[in-house]
Design a protein around this ligand. Structure first.
Ligand code: FAD
Ligand code: THG
Length: 818
């Protein structure tokens, strides 16, 4: 079990960049009294990324978590100053579109902003030029203006927070290079520097792009890639002469020209230009010079002029005044990229007490620091951080090759218009199920997730699609989509389909204490006879939903857990006592879902065991043979149809697939993909963890109170739920259907009622059975009443929708329980 440190614990923070300084402030403000910040360079500008960051803060992000981090950062820094010099200038943000695709995407972005509560407005080219007089309105189609965005003076923000932390007793020691991490019995005990050792109970690496170097000292992989990114300042521009106050440097909004991979800000009478319009320039953090040996700073590399040539041309196109100016100074500055663009936060499981707060922009720095400080103080951050968790990565995502390839892709795509389903091309394929060869023969169209190749639909089913009436889609929602999914969904409802469930994470929990452990960790009653399967929830201490699981009791001391992510494995491993073994069985095994009204007709002839409803009930599991293949069969279905999940070893997987395929021929069996799968689960009202609900929601609000047994004994989160119920929540996860059968939304769109934003869509998809788009959304309880008319904004258009009784399909469970 983990020991929770108290605020009296000795904390060492490695790095005094914006993240380290913010952490020292956030921790000391929560009562942590023994905080030491060790920094290899001189203070207050020690030479990391922060020392020269131009400090643009655009808060809108597809991730709600990242937006919350940014909103907090801007608010906090707006309230800080150093001797009267403010740390944040709210000059506003302006993103311009020069292509129809970008203009459409700015509408989508405006939707994200509205969903997450950021003020913003789509504006005309003329208004863009009013806000930015140097801008040629003839070049742009429109802009997105966010008045609350602005500029952080990063070094100043470091100083302001350092002062506050020092007043509360924190120490900042410059020119202390950490050279070792000390440990005893899997716990960190201190750090070693070139100037002596510092004992510690908690060590937080806030070393920025040096993260992998500190990670190696600690034996903890830190999957980030340092890349150089170009930043220049122009010569003084006559047009800006006397326009800006040198104390605040800028008056015009920070400006993004994403179609050219560029951004701009003012530096009094000069313009600063940042460019991603160059080849990825990876940097090896192990070979960078120390501060005193660096030409300027370790994070500031020599400017490679050629890489900026096109960026300059494109800058002058948007801002014609630049044509007569020039680059006066430029550098290649280094900062961190991860494979998914998100930070890396949290405590290592292997080395307890060792925390990471890496790959963080200035934009998100204070928000991240607050979350990490809350995590240390309260055991959980108040904002959901699953997208940032250090333990979110699969093993295949930690290889140096993967980190380099995907980090570079993040750089290349940083300003691209990226569809939510757009897959990376390399390195692929990484993980394939044993059915992969058959899937390819059937023309599977694969997308990738967690390294897995997942069929989204099968071209072999195209002939079935001919007879299905499918509304025409807009170009955006038609990407990574096919009308074939409609045919696959229909075949599942009418006949039977095979779904590859291999990527579904499987954990084996065994040992004398296994039942007690799972009872303590989850909400539902698991003390049932072997053969029982239970849907249950992992909560955190505050009653927030960490995951939803299925737990199959395969023996007295043997459980198979169907989980959502690597973080579920981490959470269980962290808490498992000595008499319990938790093992990830995903690799090396596989799973086929056989679902549809003819599922029993398909499977029964292949086994000598009785698969009738009476003998093999709903939510039961058992060992059997399907043909020659030993399987564990579980009678449940995320698509809401009769059938089984059939598990076997990877070695016998292909044989299982072929056996089912042969037997299903006469029944019209098909292989079906994720696209149909998602449609069916939405119609059945089954939530997807991480999208529909997270640690920010309790089971009652999420409509999952049925999986909580308050009377079964103690479990994590139980105390926090006391007094709450399905009758009390102020907000609810509600089911909407779009009124127009041809209308589509995809997720994260804002929901409006009475003219204002009341919530946001979590997940959405076309319901092929009900003939409408189904969207789940968080709404205030007053608006979550079935029959309520709302609208969902899709690319700037308000699409009428109605809150609907759920589930839409088979509320009486007659299809699935028979
Ligand atoms: P750093 O500032 O790098 O701090 C890490 C510190 O750890 C360093 O001071 C380092 O010396 C210290 N350290 C490392 N190893 C050791 C050791 N062994 N012992 C002791 N100390 C150690 N972000 C934005 O949000 N907006 C922008 O407009 C923006 N523009 C940018 C422009 C450029 C050109 C660059 C390069 C980056 C930009 N960024 C921007 C990104 C941003 O600068 C970084 O993401 C952020 O500053 C990282 O902060 P940090 O505290 O994590 O890292
Ligand atoms: N299969 C298995 N495990 C899983 C999933 C799965 N674990 C992770 C994730 N998917 C969990 N999600 C769900 C969601 C709903 C159901 C099962 C897994 C489900 N719910 C029934 C219902 O709400 O009617 C539960 C009924 C009951 O509690 O009796 O079936 O896909 N193995």
């Amino acid at each position: 079990m983990s020991r929770t440190p108290t605020t009296a614990a000795r904390v060492v923070i490695i790095g005094a960049g914006i993240v380290g300084c913010s952490l020292a402030d956030e921790l000391t403000s929560r009562g942590w009294s023994d905080v030491t910040v060790l920094e290899q360079g001189p203070l207050p500008a020690p030479g990391g990324s922060t020392s020269h960051a131009p400090g643009l803060v655009f808060r809108t992000n597809p991730s709600r978590t990242m937006t919350e981090f940014a909103v907090y950062t801007a608010e906090k820094f707006a309230g800080l100053d150093v001797d009267g010099l403010p740390c944040f200038h709210q000059v506003g943000g302006l993103e311009v579109a020069t292509t129809p695709e970008r203009w459409a995407d700015l509408h989508r972005k405006a939707g994200h902003a509205a969903s997450w509560g950021v003020d913003g407005e789509l504006i005309t080219p003329e208004r863009c030029a009013e806000l930015w007089p140097l801008l040629d309105p003839g070049q742009v189609l429109g802009g997105f203006h966010t008045p609350g965005d602005g500029l952080v003076r990063a070094v100043l923000a470091c100083r302001a927070q350092t002062r506050r932390a020092e007043e509360r007793g924190a120490r900042f020691l410059e020119r202390h290079t950490v050279t070792g991490i000390e440990r005893t019995d899997g716990r960190v005990t201190g750090v070693v520097t070139d100037r002596g050792a510092f004992p510690a109970d908690v060590v937080i690496s806030a070393a920025g792009f040096w993260g992998p170097v500190i990670g190696r000292l600690a034996g903890v992989p830190v999957p980030l890639l340092p890349l150089a990114h170009q930043y220049v300042r122009t010569a003084p521009l006559p047009e800006l002469d006397g326009v800006n106050d040198p104390r605040t440097e800028a008056g015009r909004p920070i400006l993004r020209f994403q179609d050219a991979d560029l951004y701009f800000r003012e530096h009094t009478d000069r313009i600063g230009i940042g460019s991603y319009d160059h080849r990825p320039l990876p940097v090896d953090p192990f070979t960078l010079p120390a501060y005193d040996d660096a030409e300027v700073m370790p994070s500031s590399l020599a400017f490679t002029e050629n890489d900026f040539a096109r960026g300059w041309e494109r800058s002058a196109r948007l801002l014609p005044a630049l044509a007569t100016s020039r680059v006066e100074e430029g550098f290649n500055g280094v900062f961190s990229f991860t494979s998914d663009g998100m930070p890396v936060l949290g405590e290592s499981r292997e080395l307890r007490g060792f925390w990471l707060a890496e790959a963080v922009w200035v934009t998100h720095s204070a928000g991240v620091a607050k979350a990490v400080a809350e995590w240390l103080t309260d055991g959980r951050p108040s904002v959901d951080v699953h997208e940032c968790d250090l333990h979110r990565f699969e093993d295949v995502q930690l290889s140096p090759g993967y980190v380099a390839e995907r980090g570079a892709r993040q750089f290349v795509e940083v300003y691209d218009i990226v569809h939510p389903l757009q897959p990376a091309e390399r390195p692929r394929p990484l993980r394939v199920s044993p059915f992969h060869a058959r899937q390819r023969e059937l023309g599977a169209v694969f997308l990738e997730s967690g390294g897995w190749e997942r069929p989204h639909w099968y071209e072999a089913n195209a002939p079935l699609a001919a007879s299905v009436d499918v509304p025409v889609r807009d170009a955006w929602s038609a990407r990574h989509w096919s009308p074939i999914a409609a045919a696959e969904a229909r075949a599942t409802r009418e006949r039977v389909a095979l779904y590859d469930m291999t990527p579904l994470r499987r954990l084996e929990v065994t040992g004398a204490g296994a039942l007690d452990f799972l009872q303590r960790m989850t909400t539902n009653q698991l003390a049932k006879r072997p053969g029982a399967v239970t849907y249950t929830l992992l909560l955190d201490g505050a009653g927030g939903i960490r995951s939803d699981l299925t737990v199959a009791r395969l023996g007295e001391r043997h459980f198979q857990v169907g989980a959502n992510s690597a973080q579920d494995l981490d959470w269980l491993l962290r808490h498992a006592p000595d008499d319990v073994r938790v093992r990830d069985a995903t690799s090396g095994t596989c799973c086929v879902g056989v679902w549809g009204p003819l599922a029993r007709a398909l499977v029964q002839p292949l086994t000598r065991d009785d698969f009738s409803h009476r003998a093999f009930g709903y939510f039961r599991a058992g060992r059997t043979w399907i043909g020659d293949v030993p399987v564990t069969a579980m009678r449940l279905s995320y698509v809401g149809e009769l059938g089984w999940e059939l598990y076997t070893g990877a070695d016998t997987g292909l044989r299982l697939w072929d056996t089912l395929w042969e037997a299903g021929r006469d029944l019209g069996v098909i292989a079906a993909g994720r696209s149909a799968f998602d449609s069916l689960r939405l119609e059945k009202g089954y939530r997807a963890w991480g999208q529909d609900m997270t640690t920010e929601h309790d089971p009652y609000e999420a409509g999952l109170g049925f999986a909580v047994r308050m009377d079964k004994g103690d479990f994590t989160g139980r105390d926090a739920l006391a007094g709450r119920s399905a009758r009390s929540p102020g907000r609810r996860l509600a089911c909407l259907t779009l009124d127009d059968p041809a209308a589509v939304v995809l997720g994260k769109e804002p929901v409006y009622a009475d003219g204002s934003v009341v919530g946001y869509v979590t997940s959405a998809g076309y319901g092929w059975t009900v003939g409408r788009t189904v969207a789940y959304a968080w709404l205030p309880a007053a608006h979550a009443v079935p029959g309520t008319a709302v609208s969902v904004e899709y690319f700037g258009e308000k699409v009428p929708a109605t809150v609907t009784e759920e589930p839409l399909v088979d509320p009486g469970m007659s299809r699935i329980r028979r």
